[in-house]
Design a protein around this ligand. Sequence first.
Ligand code: E4P
Length: 223
Amino acid sequence: MKVWLDTAVLDEIREAVSWGVVRGVTTNPTHIANAGVTDFRAHILEIIEIVQGPVSVEVVSTDWQGMVREAEEIARWSPHVVVKIPTIIEGLKAMKIVKDFATINATLIFSPNQAYMAAAAGAHYVSPFVNRLDAIGHDGMQLVRDCLTIFRNYNWDREVVAASIRTSLQVYECLLAGSHIVTMPFSVLKGLMDHPMTEIGLKMFLDDWARVSAALGDALRGR
Ligand code: E4P
């Protein structure tokens, strides 16, 4: 499973990429609005410079002609740009055309049928929104599993990007489900590493080392 970061905040992306586990970034209009972006193209190119991997950039038109025009523009910015298109009928019409010159991430997916339709129209990535379904009492992870089953049934070269992730448990379930990619906020990424037993264990090691460091510490310093 690949980990993507779900943000447009440059400092979060720099820090997360330094950990060696982040392979891409997803943005959306909300992320862009919240990140204080002033120059959209320059900001996306800065993200690409940091992550050196696929960066999803979402169109904002709701008619297929506008979506295609926007896709043509953002695809010119970099080969790393993935064009994010909402999974609506106008989006399908746009995907049919955009697939010939850009990689597509079909977003706002809330049902297996939507995932199928987007993939059939030409999307390489499909993004089921896990937490937004969980939040209304549906099983977001079941949607991820259903998308994976559909692609496996037909041996389809498509990738599921589990999106709208809020908890470490959702990430764990994505790992067990075999999701190709999970895109998550920086806060969730940090939470994956938190465990009190690790903190306690490290303190115990260092406390015990402190008892002998005067005598043995030089060995660690090559003396
Ligand atoms: C990722 O590609 C999605 O745009 C993002 O996860 C949206 O979901 P959220 O706003 O519920 O997190």
